[in-house]
Ligand binder design. Structure first.
Ligand code: TXA
Ligand code: MG
Length: 324
């Protein structure tokens, strides 16, 4: 069983000997391994049960180091990096041959980010290689936002989980690419679109794809709890029937026991809601209920990214009652 602790040196030793380690970031916890060691990369794919066509994000601690892994940092990318790193932003940049093809699933660009977490930044500074790290959840399931979430699901396959407390942002990084010099968002995430546009002007958004996805966060079924989740329309209320639970934004729904509901932010703060989203989905997934109703978030700030996750986690509203 994995050991959970705050010993950065221990994490370093495991990583240097080719092991994978759970690491905290401000977005979600990652399952980290030496990005330049193909055996460590293979181990990441194996532990997550992740298909090899889904590339990994490379984490490091400075723009100087990023320059060693890529052949070019286009102007808008540099502006975003300077404005938001360390932070919940991932940039797709043309890769150097130093980065194994396994990391990028054969793509010519590599996803890079500098995470904003003091413990992990210290760890990255102490290593002489970057860390490949997908979210530390079994492929397709909800991302972990605490060390315990990682232990619950991957604990028997990971020797050490570095505990940096609950993730402060709570939702994965926003992914931006620069194909043909057009800044394009491939995954909505912890860096809100309007913040990005304030720095580089308007960007196109391409996050929906059902086949041959460029970023598998684009796959339509992803981030899903085990229980069926129905995403309500704005203003719609759940049909009280059977054993149901709800994920609400500010106020609980009538007709459902309070113990079966989680309220993302009573004050209506979208950042607080993002921070709670995945932990609450996990809690609802363990309750004695058969169906989770989720209220859509307002389309502002991190609300877009949260609605994207809920949409991907949802099944279409049932046309016949699931309780028959
Ligand atoms: O916040 C985050 O980004 C977290 C933390 C741990 O940093 N990581 C994370 O990794 O969410 P993961 O593997 O769960 O999601 C990474 C996404 C995937 O959808 C993947 O397809 C996309 O990034 N991606 C990685 N490399 C890519 C590339 N070269 N081109 C296009 N998409 C890429
Ligand atoms: Mg993931």
């Amino acid at each position: 069983m994995a050991q959970i602790g705050t010993d950065r040196k221990k994490a370093k030793e495991f990583l240097e000997s080719g092991n994978v380690v759970g690491i905290p970031t401000e977005t979600v916890y990652g399952l980290a391994g030496n990005a330049l060691d193909t055996n460590a990369i293979l181990r990441i794919f194996q532990v997550k049960n992740r298909p090899s066509f889904d590339p990994l994000i490379v984490h490091t601690d400075s723009i100087d180091k990023v320059s060693q892994f890529v052949t070019d940092i286009p102007n808008p990318a540099r502006k975003l990096a300077e404005a938001f790193w360390p932070g919940p932003l991932t940039l797709l940049l043309p890769k150097q041959s130093l980065i194994p093809d396994l990391v990028t699933s054969g793509l010519s660009s590599v996803a890079v980010r500098i995470p904003n977490h003091p413990l992990t930044l210290d760890l990255l500074r102490s290593l002489n290689f970057p860390l490949a790290a997908p979210s530390a959840n079994p492929f397709g399931y909800i991302s972990p936002t605490t060390a315990q979430h990682v232990a619950d699901q991957l604990g028997d396959q990971v020797p050490y989980i570095l505990d940096g407390g609950p993730a402060g942002v709570g939702i994965e990084s926003t992914i931006v690419g620069f194909e043909n010099n057009v800044p394009t968002v491939f995954r909505l995430g912890g860096m809100a679109l309007d913040q990005i546009e304030a720095v580089i002007g308007s960007v196109s958004v391409r996050t929906h794809s059902t086949s041959n996805p460029q970023a598998p966060g684009m796959l339509s079924s992803h981030y899903a709890p085990r229980k069926p989740l129905v995403l309500l329309s704005p203003g719609e209320s759940p049909q009280p029937a059977g054993r149901i639970g709800a994920l609400a934004f500010r106020e609980p729904f009538g007709g459902i026991p309070a113990s079966n509901q989680r309220i993302l932010s009573p004050t209506g703060d979208l950042n607080e809601a993002a921070k709670n989203l995945f932990a609450y989905l996990r809690e609802l997934d363990t309750l004695p209920i058969d169906l989770i109703y989720a209220e859509p978030l307002p389309n502002a700030g991190l609300g877009f990214a949260m609605n994207d996750r809920l949409r991907r986690a949802s099944v279409p509203a049932p046309t016949t009652s699931p309780f028959q």
